[in-house]
Ligand binder design. Structure first.
Ligand code: SF4
Ligand code: SF4
Length: 464
């Protein structure tokens, strides 16, 4: 179940979004966009590119905290970067308690545990490097559907938010004596990708996150609860520079204490890096950090601040923090930091069900594509001529969806009808049977033309 949806009433069918989707998951038919769920990776790019605000992310309202006896907020580190002149993370954490949460556990604290586990894993498996970060669910999904040969390179370690949720629930149970289902673990997310992750996690069967609310919803609600006077603040923050730094591109890599990494952000750059990794063009690296959003999680579509300003604010916020404050050995509640399940290839883009069938369908796509003008104009509702050809081969479109093919077909039919009509008039010598056959053929062609919404040039009267 994906988290990016269309608000149909707002869609103008302008085809802007189809050009920006990195997995070509959008079609526009009958004047409305349509997301093909199995192709979508929840990157949120269509939300940013729609001039009519017709693409939206689906997430939970804050009122979900009323569904539980005890709630723990898991703020993403990108939440802190939304506020101006924030000098102390406790200002935000205390405000979350005043807003109605019973407790808080910082995702940045869990990120430091993931960094420690990553350092250990990479050291022990050095021969298999480079490893790809598994923190961004959109990147993992992109790899699963488009780059199956890179699945084995994914670092098999749970995302910081999952680690945070597990620890937070265990601690809340210990503290309150409540049953697990009476405790609500609520993640405050910068992006729709993590909303989908909570519903369909990767590397584990079920996520410990109960609900996901958006940073952009929480941001204004926290403002009236923020007290800057230190005497009014409980000490709740337990994160260092590494954990909070995870919110910006390059932050996760900084936690590896190595220069031998590549950090890329923005889905277009990521596609390029993944292609180069697949072609084994990137040598000598131990780690590849990839964030689907520009600038990293601070650039998520559920945030409010400009990604690059948010990254600058984060740097200021962590300047005088210790490097790290969290260690795996101090967190016995965390039973296992590694994935329990394998992440598998999802062949959603494969054309046929067997190799032979796929090969034949690929040939069909090639010859169909050659029939189209190659303008990638989007008028057919598909982003490129090749995508339209693939849709046709899958049975989801027809060649006449291309306006150029349609125009040529109409002209051809119109010409045939005209020729036949003229022919009939000049052939008094035809037998009755031949004349009837000719009439029937003209009627069929006229009906074909009408199915394109075009009357015959020769006019119905000529055929009767
Ligand atoms: S960009 Fe896409 S979703 Fe937005 S109005 Fe245009 S067609 Fe509709
Ligand atoms: S969220 Fe991303 S992958 Fe999904 S339809 Fe929008 S642009 Fe395409």
């Amino acid at each position: 179940m994906r988290s990016v949806r269309l608000k149909e009433s707002a869609c103008q069918g302008c085809i802007n979004c189809i050009k920006h989707c990195p997995t070509q998951a959008i079609r526009v038919h009958n004047g409305k966009a349509h997301i093909i769920d199995k192709f979508c990776i929840d990157c949120g790019r269509c939300i940013q590119s729609c001039p009519h605000h017709a693409k939206i992310a689906v997430y939970d309202p804050l009122s979900v905290i009323n569904n539980f006896k005890y709630t723990v907020a898991l703020p993403a580190p990108s939440l802190y970067a939304q506020y101006n002149n924030l000098t102390n993370v406790d200002i935000v954490l205390n405000a979350l308690l005043r807003l109605g949460f019973d407790d808080v556990y910082e995702v940045s604290a869990a990120a430091e545990l993931v960094s420690e586990a990553s350092r250990e894993y990479i050291k022990e498996h050095r021969d298999e490097a480079p490893f790809i970060s598994s923190a961004c669910p959109s990147v993992i999904r992109l790899i699963r559907v488009k780059f199956p040969s890179l699945i084995s390179r994914l670092l098999p370690i749970k995302a910081p938010v999952e680690v945070a949720a597990e620890i937070a629930r265990a601690r809340a149970m210990e503290k309150t004596g409540l049953k697990p289902e009476e405790i609500g673990i609520i993640f405050i997310s910068p992006c729709p990708s993590k909303v989908s992750y909570a519903k369909s996690p990767l590397g584990i069967e079920k996520s410990s996150i109960d609900n996901v609310v958006a940073i952009k919803d929480i941001y204004p609600l926290l403002l009236p609860h923020m007290r800057h006077d230190e005497s009014q603040l409980s000490h709740l923050s337990h994160s260092g520079r590494i954990g909070i730094g995870w919110s910006s591109a390059g932050g996760e890599s900084a936690g590896l204490f190595s220069d031998n990494y590549l950090a890329a952000d923005g889905i277009v750059n990521i596609l390029r890096v993944l292609e180069e990794l697949e072609d084994e063009k990137l040598h000598g690296l131990i780690f590849v950090e990839l964030n689907a959003c520009d600038g990293g999680c601070v650039g998520g579509t559920l945030t409010v601040e400009n990604a690059y300003i948010a990254a600058t604010k984060t740097k200021r916020l962590v300047k005088y923090q210790p490097v790290s404050k969290n260690h795996l050995a101090d967190n016995p509640e965390l039973k296992n930091v590694y994935w329990a399940d394998d992440v598998e290839y999802e062949p959603v883009f494969r054309l046929g069900s067997t190799f032979k069938e796929s090969l034949k369908m690929m040939n069909d796509v090639e010859s169909l594509t050659a029939r189209f003008p190659g303008l990638d104009c989007g008028s057919c509702g598909a982003p490129t001529c090749q995508t339209l050809a693939e849709d046709i081969v899958r049975g989801d479109a027809t060649p006449n969806d291309c306006i150029y093919v349609l125009r040529a077909n109409i002209a051809d039919l119109s010409r045939k009808i005209e020729d036949l009509t003229v022919n009939r008039k000049g052939k008094d010598s035809l037998t009755e049977e031949e004349s009837q056959l000719l009439d029937s053929y003209i009627r069929t062609l006229t009906a074909d033309l009408a199915s394109f919404g075009v009357p015959s040039r020769s006019g119905k009267g000529d055929t009767e």
